[in-house]
Design a protein around this ligand. Structure first.
Ligand code: ADP
Length: 163
């Protein structure tokens, strides 16, 4: 059985992430989306909230699971018997960073390989940071995040603005 991990911050999940999830799930028996708890950035959504948002979005894809994790991605992969780490490549600027991580992970555990999916053209500019920037000014994010979470992301900023 081929199990893959798709690790990331997903703060919040975007249509670009969802595109990678749908395409990579077809290549695996099981895909586990690993939501990073210990990211160096301070997240907008807690890991628990990010897991819930993703679960809402992937509920109709049967071989996809979502879990928060802490620590090294290769350790998480090993625990879940995964042999593949999935990452998305948007532009050449992603490449250098991703190459280093992939090579390091392979050094840490030679049984685990990283598989890169190039982004679909329509999402190549899209990032969670852009979504947050637009939402923070009350802009329309419906073209950037899955429909089922648009209101939840918008509400998060409404709460913040009223605090
Ligand atoms: P991280 O903080 O670890 O970079 P992200 O949540 O930003 O995590 O992204 C997780 C993964 O999804 C990364 O491999 C990233 O390159 C990829 N990704 C992010 N946005 C897109 C997009 N628009 N299209 C394809 N892949 C993407």
């Amino acid at each position: 059985m081929r199990v893959g991990i798709y690790p990331g911050s997903f703060d919040p999940i975007t249509l670009g992430h969802l595109d990678v999830i749908k395409r990579s799930a077809k290549l695996m028996d099981e895909l586990i989306i690993g939501v990073l708890q210990n990211s160096s950035k301070v997240p907008l959504f807690s890991a628990e909230e990010r897991v819930k948002l993703i679960e809402k979005v992937v509920s109709d894809i049967p071989n996809v699971k979502v879990e928060a994790f802490d620590g090294l991605t290769v350790d998480f992969a090993k625990k879940r018997n995964a042999t593949v780490i999935v990452r998305g490549l948007r532009a050449i600027t992603d490449f250098e960073y991703e190459l280093t991580i992939a090579q390091t992970n392979h050094k840490l555990d030679e049984d685990i390989d990283t598989m890169f999916l190039t982004t679909s053209v329509e999402y190549s500019y899209l990032s969670s940071s852009i979504v947050k920037e637009i939402a923070s000014y009350g802009g329309d994010i419906s073209k950037f995040v899955p429909e089922s979470i648009v209101d939840l992301v918008r509400d998060k900023y409404k709460i913040r603005r009223s605090e």
